[in-house]
Design a binder for this molecule. Structure first.
Ligand code: PGA
Length: 251
């Protein structure tokens, strides 16, 4: 049985004081919601403070990115070992903003996913098509390539979370319809079945892209949608807790 998961991606928002205040408010509200997983991904500079703020609660910590080496001369990069050390248990990998602005390729995503697993971090691997790709009718081709290459020679698949985030829905207020999202989620689960057999039924696939507490109810009702990766609406405690409230107990 797959259990729900909600992850808040704060992106490049919140200084340390703001991060602590938001994490504490979420931690307080989150104690009512058991049975699933709640994850916060603050910017690197606030990881330590948020880690301290959520100690002893049911809220877990994620990083928004990592490098695929343990240590070394890689100026400006952060290693997965450092992320474990600071209290992370999850890491977002291959977000479309990383792909678009920082030119991450499926091969980088694959190296990061494999590395995260070796140090015991759960990767949330993001995939999704652009507006143009959807219009051209190549959504499945794009997602197929991203999933297969991102997971190339990954065998610990039970520890991987996939996030389907159509790029045209991210930060635009243009959420995918439940049917559009379910179509791609079912397609992704089909690829996972092809690669991993029945284990695919245990893998959590999150939807991301303009999720709010008002639209999540219809999305989570879909068979292959197991939770949400939330950007904008994760920056206010009541909005984020509203999403969790509408998801918890549904899966
Ligand atoms: P959004 O971002 O909820 O603001 O659309 C989602 C994401 O980028 O993960």
């Amino acid at each position: 049985m797959r259990k729900w998961i909600v992850a808040g991606n704060w992106k490049m928002h919140n200084n340390i004081a703001e991060s602590i205040a938001l994490a504490k408010a979420i931690k307080e509200g989150a104690s009512d919601f058991k049975g699933g997983t709640i994850v916060l991904a603050p910017p690197f500079t606030a990881l330590f403070s948020v880690s301290e703020a959520i100690k002893g609660s049911n809220v877990l910590l994620a990083a928004q990115n990592m490098y695929y080496e343990d240590k070394g001369a890689f100026t400006g990069e952060i290693s997965p070992v450092m992320l474990k050390d600071i209290g992370c248990s999850y890491v977002i990998i291959g977000h479309s903003e990383r792909r678009k602005y920082f030119h991450e390729q499926d091969n980088d995503v694959n190296l990061k996913v494999k590395k995260a697993l070796t140090v015991g971090l759960t990767p949330i691997m993001c995939v999704g098509e652009t507006d143009e790709e959807r219009e051209k009718g190549v959504t499945q081709d794009v997602v197929d390539k991203q999933v297969r290459q991102g997971l190339s020679s990954v065998d610990k698949i039970d520890d991987v979370v996939i996030a389907y985030e159509p790029v045209w829905a991210i930060g635009t207020g243009k959420v995918a319809t439940p049917a559009q999202a379910q179509d791609v989620h079912a397609f992704i689960r089909g690829i996972l079945k092809d690669l991993y057999g029945s284990t695919a039924n245990d893998i959590r696939i999150l939807y991301g892209g303009s999720v709010t507490k008002d639209n999540i109810g219809d999305l989570i009702a879909m068979e292959d949608i197991d939770g949400a990766l939330v950007g904008g609406a994760s920056l206010k405690a009541d909005g984020f807790l509203g999403i969790i409230e509408n998801i918890s107990g549904k899966k």
